[in-house]
Design a protein around this ligand. Structure first.
Ligand SMILES: NC(=O)c1ccc[n+]([C@@H]2O[C@H](COP(=O)([O-])OP(=O)(O)OC[C@H]3O[C@@H](n4cnc5c(N)ncnc54)[C@H](O)[C@@H]3O)[C@@H](O)[C@H]2O)c1
Length: 291
């Protein structure tokens, strides 16, 4: 199946950049959120990321500034924002990137089933929830698949293509093909807790979280040490603030519940989430962020 037009639902931490990845690969994309201000933030993110990518090409003298300016407008111009499902009647592939809550995802999948053509593949960027349960909200469970990008979507090449109970082999293949068409590297995953990437990443980060709480070192001290050791591009607590504490907590709890106490749930993170401090997106998490 060829994807002539795609859509992304949810223009938050992940959605804006996912739309940017598609638009950069010449795929027209509709970006939907519940409020215009979230769409504007998603579009702004897409513009910033594209500008930075093209700026690097100008620096390497692979593009002139004029060419870069024109390409920037082309890429951003391929993303159409909407608070309704305007334009969804002609999409071939949708990536859902709304908050990690099954009831919200199922409501969105039910709506997508109604507004998209019958052949369209409905994919979820979920980090941990069941693809099969989302598929139950549709009349096309064979066309529902996991399509898990990693943060930041514009830079990270991996996409986990996750097979639900009813996902057809044709849908798995079409999703892998589309991942390659947008210059990503697909891997096929079973529907198991944490899939592959988060299961590996969380086993390591669990040890950092545990050591921080047991030692009484501050998150800032741990971030400084880990950054200086250059094992991660930034400190793990600062990174968690960028990812969104609600999403990270949900994955951590899911892995602990599924595999036992070798996966750790950071206590302060849970308290921060309960107080509504979700990291960079709300202005406060382990750190204060000027928004
Ligand atoms: N943050 C990460 O690092 C990361 C990485 C990989 C996968 N994911 C997954 O991606 C998904 C989105 O995560 P996020 O971090 O971007 O969340 P987020 O909270 O930053 O953004 C979610 C967006 O969805 C919008 N939304 C809520 N209900 C909606 C609806 N009914 N229709 C349209 N839009 C709606 C919200 O307004 C918000 O803008 C989750 O499933 C998460 O597990 C997140």
């Amino acid at each position: 199946m060829f994807v002539f037009k795609a859509a992304v639902v949810g223009a938050g931490t992940m959605g804006g950049e996912i739309a940017q990845v598609m638009a950069s690969a010449d795929v027209p994309v509709v970006l939907k959120d519940v409020d215009r201000k979230f769409i504007d933030q998603g579009l702004e993110k897409a513009r910033q990321v594209t500008e930075a990518q093209l700026g690097r090409l100008v620096k390497k003298e692979k593009l002139t500034q004029e060419q870069a300016d024109a390409q920037l407008e082309d890429v951003v111009g391929r993303i159409q924002g909407t608070t309704e499902y305007e334009g969804f009647g002609e999409v071939d592939f949708v990536v859902e990137a709304v908050p990690e809550k099954m009831e919200v995802k199922q409501a969105v999948f039910g709506e997508l089933d109604a507004v998209t053509p019958g052949h369209a593949i409905l994919a979820s960027n979920t980090s941990s929830l069941s693809i099969s349960e989302m598929a139950e909200a549709t009349s096309r469970p064979d066309k529902v698949v996991g399509f898990h990008f990693f943060y930041p979507a514009s830079m990270m090449r991996l996409i986990e293509v996750v097979e639900g109970d009813e996902t057809s082999p044709e849908t798995m293949q079409a999703a892998a093909n589309f991942a390659q068409a947008i210059r990503k590297m697909p891997i096929r995953c079973a529907e198991c807790p944490g899939f592959v990437g988060n299961r590996i990443a969380n086993s390591a980060i669990s040890e950092i979280w545990r050591a921080q709480e047991e030692s009484g070192a501050t998150p800032e001290e741990v971030d400084k040490l880990v950054s200086e050791a250059k094992v991660l591009p930034m400190g793990p607590f600062f990174l968690t603030d960028q990812l969104g504490l609600d999403t990270v907590l949900h994955v951590a709890e899911h892995l602990r519940d599924s595999y036992g106490d070798r996966f750790y749930v950071h206590k302060q993170m849970k308290e921060l989430v309960e107080a509504g401090n979700l990291g960079a997106k709300t202005g406060k998490g382990f750190y204060e962020h000027g928004n």
